[in-house]
Design a protein around this ligand. Structure first.
Ligand SMILES: [Zn+2]
Length: 267
């Protein structure tokens, strides 16, 4: 079955992973800008990163017949440095019109600090001012419920926000309802340790239906599984879900959300 992984950090993965994705039916990936595992030395490093995401990686993916899209921002962890955050936000517009850029992301919160909130709101301001899509990272583990609430409150306080143009990611059982009730798109991240297993994701799909729900691997440089989406497809088949319902989750929904970006095309 063809599918899209709407959240995967493929620059951290090997070409063998690309080949496995392609064999499993992956036709497109979207890669949010994220923390590289260390704090970068300055704004120039973000310029290099954005060039990697918009120039080099699409070519690497194309060798496996996979379309590569990306999102730009400074991640919540490095955004604790507000001055650096503002320098990166000032840099983003010169990259925004590149053909594989889908919008601003993954912005969000890490430790739910005031500095993170400041830079989050300034990213949202940039996004709504330029009519860009937004992809949001919600914090992990014990910070998740509070951080998700704070993010939804900040979005609600920006009257220009159109929830249908925002994807709130890394949802779990205790945050999915508030995200969907707000009219946002909601992402479930299939992770081997933290976040959500494929069984829990399948349970949530059975409880909440397929509307505005996406699944992703969030594969990166840490313990993670780039094959997580095809494994969810197997889990849903095992439970007797129709190919049509499975395809809605793993292909049609990402396509529908991304298609709101004027630059997006799978052609
Ligand atoms: Zn991510």
């Amino acid at each position: 079955m063809r599918y899209i992984d709407p959240h995967i950090h493929v620059i951290s993965r090997t070409t063998d992973d690309y080949e496995r994705l392609a064999i499993a039916g992956c036709v497109a990936v979207s890669e949010p800008a994220f923390w590289p595992g260390y704090d970068r030395g300055g704004v120039e490093a973000f310029g290099d990163y954005f060039r990697q995401l918009t120039e080099h990686e699409p070519r690497r993916a194309a060798q496996y017949g996979i379309r590569h899209f990306c999102w730009l921002c400074i991640n919540a962890k490095e955004a604790e440095n507000v001055q650096l955050g503002r320098e990166v936000i000032a840099l983003i517009p010169e990259f925004l019109d590149r053909p594989n850029v889908l919008g601003i992301g993954e912005i969000g919160l890490n430790k739910n600090t005031p500095n993170e909130c400041t830079i989050f709101c300034e990213h949202v301001d940039l996004a709504v001012g330029r009519d860009e899509l937004v992809l949001i990272h919600t914090p992990h583990l014990e910070d998740k419920y509070k951080g998700t609430r704070m993010i939804l409150d900040m979005l609600a306080n920006e009257p220009r926000t159109d929830p249908n143009r925002v994807l709130v990611d890394h949802a779990e059982e205790h945050t999915i309802e508030a995200i969907l009730d707000g009219g946002y798109w909601c992402g479930l991240t299939l992770y081997p340790i933290t976040k959500c297993t494929r069984q829990r994701a399948a349970d949530m799909i059975e409880m909440y239906g397929t509307e505005r729900l996406l699944v992703n691997s969030a594969g990166d440089w840490g313990p993670s599984d780039p094959m997580a989406v095809p494994r969810l497809i197997l889990e849903m088949r095992r439970r007797g879900h129709s190919d049509e319902d499975i395809s809605t989750i793993v292909y049609e929904n990402p396509l529908r959300f991304f298609s709101q970006c004027k630059r997006f095309s799978l052609g």
